[in-house]
Design a protein around this ligand. Sequence first.
Ligand SMILES: Cc1ncc(COP(=O)(O)O)c(C=O)c1O
Length: 425
Amino acid sequence: MKTDIAAQRAKHLLPLPGPMYARPIQIVEGRMQFLYDENGKEYLDAFAGVATVSIGHSHPGFVKALKGQIDVLQHTPPLYLHPSVGAFAERLAKKARSVNPDMEVCFFTNSGSEANEMAAMLAKAHTGRHEFVAVQRSYHGRTLMTIALTGQGPWRNNQPYPVGVSFAPTDYAYRFDGTPAASTKAALKGLAETLKTSTSGKIAGFFAETILGVGGAITPGPEYFQEAVELVHRHGGLFVCDEVQAGVGRTGKHYFGIQHWGAKPDIIVMAKGLGNGYPIGAVITTAAVAASVKGLLHYNTFGGGAMAMAAAGAVMDAVEGEKLADNAARVGGKLKAGLETLAGKSDCIGEVRGMGLMLGVELVKSKKTKEPAPELTLAAVEKMKDLGVLVGKGGLEGSTIRIKPPLCFTEADARRTCEALAQAI
Ligand SMILES: Cc1ncc(COP(=O)(O)O)c(C=O)c1O
């Protein structure tokens, strides 16, 4: 059965990377933070479909909302009015006012890539410029513009992408020869240099993730964003904050990751956890930026559809009602502490980083040399799966274990994750 599925995929799907394990698993059922294979084996899901299942697999409120909607109306194009899109946009914009009091307007898409495309279009329309700065080791998606904005060689195929994107260094303290504060200072100096040497000095915008997701949970220092955004604004650019992974409470305590830095985005981009697995992306911005697209033509068949809005509404209900951002802070804190204890006893854990339930464990060949250990990472991820715990792998060097479970993760789940990692390494 499993071999039939693999053979069918191999024959009828493009030969691009597929299942992540040497011995792939088949998943047939999901309940909150647990997944089940065809034999009923239970897996603790500490990756959440790549930070996507925010409130839990087949969360009862989510299922009820989608069933309720499909019984009544399942698709409407943006050509007609239906009640939920405006109501959800108002709700999301209200949330965004905690980072920028002028946030008012949303646009809905099917994915994070598409939402970042819209953010780039808005920034270009608003500024009348086309140059962007992004961050090395970032990931913003798989459309042409978002590949151009992605700062990781392996994710850039040897094909032409839009011009006008320059990269600033990452504030990657673990790999910086100096203190974390000095790493932030160097990254900000690098951003200023990039603006001076690689752009005309008049940019449309600066794209940045709050915590680099695919890049391996690299977490900029506390001073980074306020100063970076000030610099970007001085060059007339908009700050596009990519919250596709960090949003929806994942980083703990706050709904948006950027709230930990106190910086003010001009555009926020969301996707993944916003729909708990139902395809939805969103752009949130100010009325002034939004007004810039007046007179342009754009269309999206599915964006803001009734089902997507029902999904996103149910997710927001759960995040608020179940206080999932607080849970992410509490359980994530315990999980991080457990991983750090493990790191203290192991020569192959170089660093544990991240916030809330968006954590990374960078594996190295030895703490002294800090040489990345991609083979060990791959083996550890496979072994953890065999032990019944699913985690991800990431980072430019492929040496970071990514832990991003559904936000309903418990302290017992956190302990089980630490135990599996300890056994795996
Ligand atoms: C930070 C970030 N931005 C954008 C994207 C692209 O989102 P999607 O895969 O929905 O197009 C991703 C996907 O992993 C992401 O992690």
